[in-house]
Design a protein around this ligand. Structure first.
Ligand code: PLP
Length: 445
């Protein structure tokens, strides 16, 4: 079914960057914004399933999914067919001012598939950051309150509201003030040691935040990633989201979950928050929602999504081609890819734990489904970002595409169609990277 099924993957014939890639890199260096964060010189020509072909004909095994986006795999034939069909019928009409079937059908599907019994409504955006902006505006509108609580380590995007909610890396904020005011950051639940029930978390809000800096009657929402993405695939502890749900109910503030990275089947459920059995007030979605087409959404309880006509809209949000790609994606998730995410995630973490038992440089295998990470640490167990970066580079040279996350994490977010044999290949390549001790030694030097 996939383009490269009859080829051996990976296959690195020409050490990257090859001659064609080098030409593109020269032009990119001259004309592209220097703010982009490219980590290795991969110039992509084609993608199919979990395989990327570069412009020089090298084949790579992709465990990045274009930063957790191509949920059903690169160019899934059913997603491509839906896009082609829709492109021949209607490219754009603006769902803000007019009606068309794909947007209505997708709103209904997302509303009906989202967790919890309450009726839902959907607002469409083009990206994750825009979904966060919409959630911020909706929370303030609905509550008529100004303050918002977010967490240290959070990454919510790069537009002003989303950037102001983020508390991950200083480079995201430095030099861009003034930011959106009245946003308070508190410690992510995982940082509160031994707090399985969420009792300490609630105490931090009630005894510290609400008494010292943010009166609860002024708080419009709590924003949380059930699994923090950019800061290291850190999973919120078992009781924490339930505790936040109770806290939000008590004070009449919406609970907003950012599922831009953790959603759309990646953790084995449509939304990660389902692992905690919690119904949020607003879910922010993007990335995997349309398997690579630009689309985002907020899905809110209909009692919360009560803003009037004209108060929020987007020319392109809910574009018909992206909506068709999303409908095809949802169908594939239900047909087996979500289940595959659970099974392949378990296989991956078991393999990584086995690897960590033999290589001291690997620590703390964690994650849910295909949102999995492991840390690279020094001999004395301290975070070792230089070695992590060297591992990512070496994996790339061997044909395995990885990204880092957090201070020293290796992030594994392959497409949800990844096969058992591809997980085995990735583990074998990593084994080779870690068996090469010179790599870690030279990175530390
Ligand atoms: N929220 C989370 C959890 C993310 O991981 C990201 C992107 O990485 C965003 C929001 C922003 O999404 P986008 O880059 O589509 O604006």
């Amino acid at each position: 079914m996939w383009l490269f099924d009859d080829r051996t993957v990976p296959e690195v014939r020409i050490p990257p960057p090859g001659p064609l890639a080098q030409d593109f890199l020269r032009r990119d260096a001259r004309f592209a914004s220097p703010s982009y964060t490219r980590i290795y010189p991969l110039v992509v020509a084609r993608g199919s399933g979990c395989v990327i072909e570069d412009v020089d004909g090298n084949l790579f095994l992709d465990f990045t999914a274009g930063i957790a986006v191509t949920a059903t795999g690169h160019c899934h034939p059913e997603v491509v067919a839906a896009i082609r069909d829709q492109a021949g019928k209607l490219l754009h009409m603006s769902g803000t001012d007019f009606y068309y079937e794909p947007q209505i059908a997708l709103a209904q599907r997302l509303a009906e598939m989202s967790p919890g019994p309450s009726p839902k409504r959907v607002f469409f955006t083009n990206s994750g950051a825009e979904a966060l902006e919409a959630a911020l505006k909706l929370s303030r509108w609905h509550t008529q309150r100004s303050r918002v609580v977010a967490f240290f380590g959070a990454f919510h995007g790069r537009t002003y509201g989303a950037m102001s909610l983020s508390g991950s890396k200083i480079v995201h904020r430095r030099g861009f003030s003034p930011l959106v005011p009245d946003i308070h950051h508190v410690a992510y639940p995982r940082e509160i040691a031994g707090d399985e029930s969420g009792r300490e978390l609630v105490r931090m809000f009630e005894e510290t935040l609400f008494k010292r800096t943010a009166p609860p009657e002024e708080v419009a929402a709590i924003f949380i990633e059930p699994i923090q993405g950019e800061s290291g695939y850190r999973v919120a502890p078992p009781g924490s989201l339930q505790a936040l749900r109770r806290l939000c109910d008590k004070h009449g503030m919406p609970l907003v979950v950012d599922e831009v990275q953790s959603g759309m089947g990646r953790t084995g459920k449509l939304f990660a928050v389902e692992h905690w059995g919690v119904e949020p007030d607003i879910i922010c979605s993007a990335k995997g929602i349309a398997s690579g087409m630009p689309l985002g959404a907020i899905i809110a309880r209909d009692t919360v999504m009560d803003w009037p006509p004209g108060s929020h809209a987007s020319t392109y949000g809910g574009n018909p081609v992206s909506c068709r790609a999303s409908l095809a994606t949802l169908e594939l998730l239900e047909k087996g890819y979500m289940q595959n995410a659970t099974e392949r995630g378990e296989q991956l973490r078991a393999g990584l734990r086995d690897l960590a038992s033999r290589h001291e440089a690997l620590a703390e295998v964690r994650g849910l489904g295909l949102m999995t990470a492991v840390d690279v640490v020094s001999e004395d167990g301290q975070p070792d970002p230089a070695s992590r970066d060297a591992v990512v580079q070496d994996a790339f040279k061997r044909g395995l595409l990885l990204l880092g996350c957090g201070e020293c994490g290796l992030r594994f977010c392959p497409p949800l169609c990844v096969k058992a044999s591809e997980i085995e290949t990735a583990l074998r390549l990593l084994e080779a990277v870690f068996a090469d001790r010179r790599l870690v030694a030279s990175a530390k030097a």
